[in-house]
Design a binder for this molecule. Structure first.
Ligand code: ZN
Length: 254
């Protein structure tokens, strides 16, 4: 049984992730190593270390997204099964929380046809279920396609979801970071060590290159001005804490 293998501790995955020539990336939030697709349309999850064959670290994916129970899936299916048009949806579910989203759907190439990507308007309902988000894609003939996905555990992630779906960023939720102030910013490095950037200033959010597909993707970046005035870009997901410069962080193991 492959699951009985020990976790890799040879460090090869971390080295791959650190090497900018490699397509391997560590996602701190999911605690997963990914192989990024060349066209930027997503990634493949790495399960085993290619060098020692050990297991990749245990994913935190399950703890980040709610899992839908059979009963809830059934309830949502019943709630939406007769909805065929936008009017049906709004009559039954009310106004969506988010409208004007674009969901992009990529159809793989087949016999003489190139790969096509199409963006559909979409609506999202996040308040009709404790654990699921209901996505409604609107097709050109006003027909709809309805999908459910597990809600992220944190509101912050919902926000990123919407951005990843190719929308304009909704109004940022207060309180926002004061970009004039300096902070001690704690981050997780690809080797999973934590480091601190003292007296750094959050300059702005930054995206790595436009994204051809609309699939969920990480990371987006934060431009951080270090104490020496030089900027660096950090994956947003690597930041796990920031505080006023010099703040003593008092934690204890739970
Ligand atoms: Zn290994």
């Amino acid at each position: 049984m492959p699951d009985e293998r020990d976790e890799c501790n040879c460090g090869h995955l971390a080295r791959l992730a650190e090497d900018s020539r490699e397509a391997v990336q560590f996602d701190t939030r999911l605690n997963e190593y990914h192989i990024l697709r060349k066209d930027g349309s997503g990634y493949s999850l790495i399960y085993f270390c290619p060098l020692c064959g050990g297991r990749a670290p245990k994913s935190k994916r399950d703890s980040l997204f709610h899992r839908l129970t059979e009963a809830e899936r059934h309830r949502l299916t019943e709630m939406t099964k007769d909805l065929r048009t936008v009017q049906d949806v709004i009559a039954a579910l009310g106004e969506p929380d988010v409208k004007g989203l674009k969901l992009t759907i990529t159809t793989p190439a087949k016999e003489g046809q190139p790969e096509t990507t199409q963006a559909y308007p979409a609506m999202t309902y996040s308040k009709l279920s404790d654990t699921a988000i209901i996505n409604v894609q609107v097709y050109p003939n006003d027909r709809v396609g309805i999908t459910f996905q597990g809600k992220p555990m944190l509101a912050q992630q919902t926000h990123e979801f919407h951005m990843a779906a190719g929308t304009k960023r909704p109004e940022p939720e207060p309180p926002q970071i004061d970009t004039g102030k300096r902070y001690d910013v704690y981050c997780i490095e690809p080797n999973r060590q934590s480091v601190v950037y003292r007296n750094a200033r959050f300059k702005r959010a930054a995206a790595l290159l436009p994204h051809p597909g609309g699939r969920m993707h990480y990371p987006d970046y934060v431009e951080l001005e270090q104490a020496n005035g030089r900027s660096i870009f950090l994956p947003r997901s690597s930041i796990f804490r920031f505080c006023e410069p010099g703040t003593a962080v008092t934690t204890e193991p739970a």
